[in-house]
Design a protein around this ligand. Structure first.
Ligand code: FPP
Length: 247
């Protein structure tokens, strides 16, 4: 339990159905403390547990986090394997505490490229938690928005080639159903901590009408109070989805 216990945190006025977060700033968090980058990822992983629990408690439906992108393979072998190790540790611990936590875990991305052991663990956590109602955390692993769109386009083209559908059948709802996020509402709010002002290939299709929130706070320091600030900013937004303001 952190400094901000449930008792000292004001409940947010508005809780969006779906919040998506880029887990950024772990490296700088570690650097500031003279620690190896991997210590930042370890702190980032712990913070994911904390924020996911909070999101569940305030009644959110979906939290999607960008944990490892299709571009993150460019990092040193040491860093990549440390991140994979942390994911393994996280999923093992999640499995142990699943009945108590009751958080449904799901994964976006092309999991075929991640270590087999991790793929099996991801499948086990998904299957074990699939019947939990209420809150779902979607962890993006070897995920890229462009890659996801390409995989969906290939699926559709293959179905057309097999005579199951024709190009004229395609519409936005159908295409959404071919993405990793099939059946999940689009994110209402996308948060990027650590001061970077870009999307970095995260949920490109799904964020078409999302609200964005940027902060300089580094991910391991992004606690419940910081999330509440983001939710308070979101509550002030006027979402028009291309329409005009309601009188
Ligand atoms: C970005 O920060 C972070 C990553 C690429 C890795 C995130 C992975 C974890 C937190 C590990 C486990 C995750 C879960 C969900 C259990 P950065 O390294 O780019 O930071 P920097 O910009 O300060 O260098």
């Amino acid at each position: 339990m952190g400094i901000f216990t449930k008792k000292t945190i004001e409940a947010p006025v508005v809780v969006p159905r779906h919040v998506a977060i880029v887990l950024d700033g772990n490296g700088r968090w570690a650097q500031k403390r003279g620690l190896p980058r991997t210590a930042g990822h370890a702190a980032g992983s712990e913070n994911f547990r904390r924020i996911a629990t909070y999101c569940r408690d305030i009644g959110m439906e979906h939290l999607t986090v960008y944990a490892f992108s299709t571009e993150n393979w460019k990092r040193s072998e040491e860093e990549v394997s440390a991140i994979m190790g942390l994911l393994k540790k996280y999923l093992l611990e999640a499995l142990e505490k699943m009945e108590k936590d009751r958080i449904r875990l799901n994964f976006f991305g092309d999991l075929s490229r991640i270590p087999e052991e991790l793929q099996e663990l991801a499948n086990r956590t998904l299957e074990t938690s699939t019947h939990y109602q209420g809150f779902q955390a979607n962890v993006c692993l070897n995920y890229g928005g462009r890659d996801e769109i390409l995989r969906a386009a290939k699926k559709f083209a293959a179905d057309c080639a097999a005579g199951k559908c024709s190009p004229d059948d395609l519409n936005e709802a159908m295409f959404s159903g071919l993405l990793d996020s099939a059946g999940i509402p689009d994110p209402d709010l996308v948060i990027r901590p650590s001061g970077e002002l870009r999307l970095s290939n995260f949920l490109l299709w799904q964020s078409a009408y999302s609200e964005f929130y940027f902060t300089d706070v580094l991910w391991p320091d992004f606690d419940e109070k910081e999330l509440n600030k983001a939710l308070a900013a979101y509550a002030q937004r006027d979402r028009r989805f291309g329409g005009v303001k309601k009188q």
